[in-house]
Structures are given as C-alpha cells and as structure tokens.
Design a protein around this ligand. Structure first.
Ligand code: PMP
Length: 277
C-alpha cells in the first residue's frame, strides 16, 4: 500500500498526471525516513528538513507535522513482516493545465511509500568498501533535498559500473559529499566532515554520527578537507539513512590507510546502533 493525495491504495494503482511538475521538471522535494521495528530515527529532524526544502522552493507545506506523523505511521503499519523500512515521502508542486516553466498556485502532489532496508551487518564491513571520486558539478543548492537528482543518479550509476559503493565528490579540490551520502574522514583521532551549507545535503545520519562520536568523546570538526587529505586519511566513512555508516577502504583503486575499517568507525557504528532500540 502507498499513500497518494489523500488515499491509501495499491502501488500498481497509484498514478499521477503527465502534467505533474514532478514528472515534467523534477519540481519537488522528498525525504527518506529510516524505521527500525517501527521506530524512526530522527523523525523530527527529517520533518524539519522537509520544511526547509519546501520553503526553499516555495511550496506551502500541505500537512502539519502531526498529520505527517500519522500518515507515515500508517504506511509503516501496513507492512507487518518487514520491520526495517525506508519511508519515502515526496511532494511535488502539482499539475498545471499546460507545461510551462513558471507556476501559479497549484495543489501539491503528495506520495508516500515504504520499502525494505537491510543495512549491512557489521561483520561484513570490516574490510570496508570501495568508492570512486568525481568532480562535483551539481548546482549550488545541494542543501535542498530536491527530487531533481539527475547528477546524483549519474554519479551513483558510475559507482555501480565501477563495482564501487559510492562516488565521492570534490569541488575545487575540496571533498563535498557523495552521490547519496555524506563523507567523513578521521586523521590523528579527529573526525572531519564538510560543514553545512549550499554544497552538501545536511544529512540526518551525518548529524547522528556527530552526536554518536561526541558521546564517545571523539573530536569532531565540521570543516572541509581536500581530496589529498581524503586519500591520506586514517579512516574514511560515508553515512546515510539507508546505509547507516560505512567504512571506505579503497578509493579510485588505491588502498586507504591499512585497508581495514578503523577503530573509531567501529565505536561510532556501535553507538549508532543503539539509536534503533
Ligand atoms: N547527501 C546526499 C546527496 C544524499 O542524497 C543523502 C541521502 N539522501 C545524504 C547526503 C544523506 O542524508 P541522510 O543521512 O539524511 O539520509
């Protein structure tokens, strides 16, 4: 079952108009909420980011936070067998009579669905995974979680074509984030990640990782680092709601540090797991 514009219906019966600006222009925003055993990690943070996204593209929020919570919980409850779910929620600007770039007052299209998430077991991550790097040529509003994700999907496909987990992006030599995750490095026991701003999506998992690291008394600097520092880091991780925290040990075919997931990743990973219960 999915939710579309006021109705809970079977996914194969859910259709939107070809005039929907989400279809024509990628004119919308979205959120992904990770739910473990029906508990969402960072529910309010996700709803706040959704509001920020709507504000950024001038769409009036069609629901209150309590209404969103009810809709999301209902979608979660439809799936009794699958306890770990990613709830995908999308709001597009809506449909107009004709295709034109500009818009007037439209009724937003709201869509919510659930799919299974199976984050990797820790034991399968001890050798880390690989990534490739590419120049970040996306627009300078990457902090808006917009549905227009062409650049990100092309980067993700390039990673897949290279048997890599992710494409790590850099702009003018500075590592920004990855195609669908944030990037962390560890150097001399300090954790670094790109500061919030127009160049990165402010990941909710990024926020949780910072909290978990601080609980474990690690130093965290929200300051940028270069591609060279990435390659010479003691540890490299990526984070996202569906992947959680993944150690990266090979970048562009080159081994990072000793080629194993690091001890700081291990502690922060364990701390993050405790958010699920
Ligand atoms: N950066 C980008 C570009 C992303 O698409 C995502 C995931 N949607 C993230 C970072 C991680 O965000 P979150 O931790 O909220 O899933």
């Amino acid at each position: 079952m999915v939710y579309l514009n006021g109705n809970f219906i079977e996914k194969d019966k859910a259709f939107v108009s070809v005039m929907d600006r989400g279809f024509l222009f990628g004119d919308g925003v979205y959120e992904v909420f990770p739910a473990y055993n029906r508990k969402i990690i960072g529910l309010d943070s996700h709803l706040n980011r959704l509001q920020d996204g709507l504000d950024a593209i001038s769409i009036k929020n069609p629901h209150t936070n309590n209404e969103w919570k009810d809709l999301i919980n209902k979608i979660i409850s439809f799936d009794p067998n699958n306890q770990n779910q990613a709830i995908y929620l999308q709001i597009s600007r809506g449909s107009d009579e004709n295709r034109k770039h500009t818009y007037g007052e439209l009724k937003p299209t709201v869509y919510i669905q659930s799919s299974a998430i199976n984050p990797r077991e820790k034991s399968t991550l001890l050798n880390g995974l690989s990534a490739i790097t590419r120049e970040d040529i996306r627009w300078l509003k990457s902090n808006t979680k917009a549905t227009s994700l062409l650049a990100n999907t092309l980067y993700a496909q390039e990673a897949k074509n290279n048997d890599a987990e992710e494409t790590i992006l850099y702009r003018d030599g500075i590592v920004t984030e990855a195609s669908s995750s944030n990037v962390f490095i560890v150097k001399s026991n300090c954790i670094y990640t790109h500061p919030k701003g127009p160049n990165i999506l402010p990941g909710i998992t990024r926020e949780k990782v910072i909290e978990c690291a601080k609980i474990n008394n690690f130093n965290v600097e929200e300051s940028s680092f270069t591609k060279e520092q990435l390659m010479n880091a003691d540890e490299v991780w990526i984070s996202s709601s569906t992947r959680e925290i993944i150690p990266i040990t090979i970048i562009d075919g080159i081994q990072i540090s000793d080629g194993f997931a690091g001890p700081i990743w291990s502690e922060v990973y364990d701390q993050y797991q405790s958010l699920k219960s």
